[in-house]
Design a protein around this ligand. Sequence first.
Ligand SMILES: [Zn+2]
Length: 95
Amino acid sequence: MLIEIRHVRIEYSRLSKQGKQHFYFRNRKVALLLCDCCNSQFERPVKQMDPRRLTDEHTHVCPMCNTKKFAQSRGVESRKFWNTTVDQDIGLGDL
Ligand SMILES: [Zn+2]
């Protein structure tokens, strides 16, 4: 679940050729998300995400959880809801 999109200011420093240290900053857009597997909050840079996934229609899984295991559990939930077996298809008329 998407909670909000934040603007984060990150400061860096670099050493010039004369040995003087210069500080500079970059603004980064970060999405604050709620993991659908363990219900913990995590951040992800917006540039790394597909813009279509920045909605609540998609599920979001944190880096600590196993995404493939979560996807399989979602399939089990939908099979229980529709009362189908693994190899059974749901027709468009049944939806
Ligand atoms: Zn998680």
